[in-house]
Ligand binder design. Structure first.
Ligand SMILES: *Cc1c(COP(=O)(O)O)cnc(C)c1O
Length: 415
C-alpha cells in the first residue's frame, strides 16, 4: 500500500480525504487516485536519473485518464503509446508530441500518419514489414520517420506468461539475431532516420537480473551497429518494473535505475525508460460497496458492486489485490470470496479474504491504479466506474460515471 493510503482513526484515507466521503459524493464503484503518489513515483525516477541525459516515457496503457497524463506531462514526462488513440489522449492532456515513443506490433497507416503529423520522437518498429510500411507512409507525406528497432533480447522475465514479452516465442520485437540485418536495411530506406534501439521484456518484473541481461544484449547490438557505422542517439530499455500487490519484493525504483546505470557505465547515449505500472499501480484504489453477504456451505460470498468489467486482472491473470475495509467496523470477521455481479464464475476480486464487514460496507481494492480502468469493459452492460483524483484535501472528479444511454448510443435497430 502506498503511504498516501492510510487509516486515520479507523477510516481509510487517500492523502487527507476519507474514502467514505468519496463514495458518498460520487458513488461506487469508483477509482480513486492520489496525485502525491503519482508525483512521488515520477520523482523517484527523475532523481535517480539525475546527471544523465534521459527521458521517462510513461506507458499510457497502464492508465490513460487525461488527468493522470496531465500530472506526468507537467512533471516533464514523455509518453510511450501503443495506438493512435493514446497519442490523441496525450495531446489532449497537454503532453509534448516530441517526447512520445510509439510501440506496438500492429501500427496502421492511419496511426503512422497521425504520429508523423504530430512529430513524435520515435517509432519503435517491431518488424521488417512495419519498416517498409513506415518508409512508404513517411515518403508519401514528404517526411522522415525517426525509428528504433524493438529487439527481442530473448531473456526470461520470470513473470506471468501473459505479460512476458521478451522471449523468442513472443510476438513482440524483431529477433535479436536478425536485428543487425534489419538496421542495415533501415539505413537504406530514404524516409527513415535511425535514432535508437528499444526493448521491453515484460511486466511486473520483481528482480533486476532479467533487465540487466537485456541491457547486456542490447549493448552488444549497439556495438555491432557502431562497427558498421550506424550510431544510435538513444537506448530505450522499456518498462516492466513490478510493484508490491501482496508479498512481492520488487527492487525500489532507485535501485532498479542504479542497476541499469551500472550496466550502462561509460555509455553516452540518452537513456529512455517506459515505466507504466510502477508509476500508477499503487497510486490508485477501486472503491466498492458490499451489496449482499451470501453464506454458503463451503464458502461465504461477499457480493460487491465492482466486477471483472471494472477490474479484470484477477479474472485474467489470477492476480492478487489486497482488499481493505474503508471503515474499521465491529462485525464478525469471516473468510469471504469477494465477487462481482457478473454472470461468470471467473468474476472475482479476491479469494478467501478475512474481512469484518456487513451489507453496505465499503471496501477498497488496493493497487488498482495500473491496468484497472484502462482494461475495463462494458460487459453485462455495466457503465464504467467514475474516476476521482485526490490532491491533498481536494477531490476532483476526473471521469464521470458512464450512463447506460451512452453505452448504446451508437447502436441501431434494423427495419
Ligand atoms: C506495457 C508496456 C510498457 C509498460 O509496462 P509496465 O509493466 O506497465 O511498466 C512499456 N513499454 C511497452 C512497449 C509496453 O508494451
Amino acid at each position: 500500500m502506498s503511504s498516501h493510503f492510510q487509516y486515520r482513526e479507523g477510516a481509510l484515507c487517500v492523502e487527507q480525504v476519507p474514502l467514505a466521503d468519496i463514495a458518498a459524493q460520487f458513488g461506487t464503484p469508483c477509482y480513486v487516485y492520489s496525485r502525491a503518489a503519482l508525483t512521488d513515483g515520477y520523482r523517484q525516477f527523475s532523481n535517480a536519473l539525475q546527471g544523465r541525459e534521459h527521458l521517462i516515457c510513461y506507458a499510457v496503457k497502464a492508465n490513460s485518464n487525461l488527468a493522470i497524463l496531465n500530472v506526468f506531462a507537467r512533471l516533464g514526462a514523455g509518453f510511450d503509446i501503443v495506438s493512435g488513440g493514446e497519442l490523441q489522449r496525450v495531446l489532449a492532456a497537454g503532453g509534448d508530441a516530441g517526447k512520445v515513443v510509439f510501440s506496438g506490433v500492429g501500427k496502421s497507416v492511419a496511426e503512422m500518419r497521425l504520429a508523423l503529423d504530430a512529430g513524435i520522437l520515435c517509432f519503435n518498429v517491431e518488424s521488417a514489414a512495419e519498416l517498409e510500411r513506415l518508409n512508404e507512409v513517411a515518403g508519401s507525406m514528404g517526411k522522415v520517420a525517426p525509428i528504433s528497432l524493438r529487439v527481442n533480447p530473448d531473456v526470461d522475465a520470470k513473470t506471468h506468461p501473459y505479460i512476458s514479452t521478451g522471449l523468442k516465442q513472443n510476438k513482440f520485437g524483431v529477433a535479436y539475431t536478425e536485428a543487425v540485418a534489419l538496421y542495415r536495411k533501415a539505413a537504406t530506406l530514404p524516409h527513415l532516420r535511425i535514432t535508437g534501439v528499444d526493448c521491453h521484456i515484460g511486466s511486473q518484473l520483481t528482480e533486476t537480473s532479467p533487465f540487466i541481461a537485456a541491457v547486456e544484449k542490447v549493448l552488444a547490438l549497439v556495438d555491432a551497429l557502431a562497427r558498421e557505422g550506424i550510431r544510435l542517439e538513444h537506448i530505450d530499455l522499456g518498462g516492466g518494473l513490478g510493484i508490491r500487490y501482496n508479498d512481492e519484493t520488487p527492487p525500489a525504483i532507485a535501485d532498479y535505475v542504479a542497476a541499469l546505470l551500472g550496466a550502462l557505465a561509460g555509455r553516452s547515449e540518452k537513456l529512455v525508460l517506459e515505466p507504466g505500472r510502477v508509476l500508477v499501480g499503487n497510486a490508485g484504489a477501486l472503491l466498492t460497496r458490499v451489496e449482499y453477504l451470501k453464506p454458503g456451505e463451503e464458502k461465504n460470498f461477499a457480493i460487491v458492486d465492482a466486477a471483472m468489467n471494472d477490474l479484470m486482472r484477477p479474472a485474467l491473470y489470477d492476480a492478487y489485490h489486497n482488499i481493505l475495509p474503508v471503515q474499521r467496523e465491529n462485525h464478525v470477521s469471516q473468510s469471504y470470496e469477494v465477487v462481482g455481479p457478473i454472470c461468470e464464475t471467473g468474476d472475482f476480486i479476491g479469494h478467501a479474504r478475512e474481512l469484518a464487514i456487513a451489507p453496505q460496507s465499503l471496501l477498497a481494492v488496493l493497487s488498482a491504479g495500473a491496468y484497472g480502468m484502462s482494461m475495463s469493459s462494458n460487459y453485462n452492460t455495466r457503465p464504467r466506474a467514475a474516476e476521482v483524483m485526490v490532491d491533498g484535501a481536494s477531490v476532483h472528479l476526473v471521469r464521470e460515471r458512464e450512463t447506460v444511454p451512452q453505452l448504446f448510443a451508437g447502436e441501431k435497430i434494423i427495419s
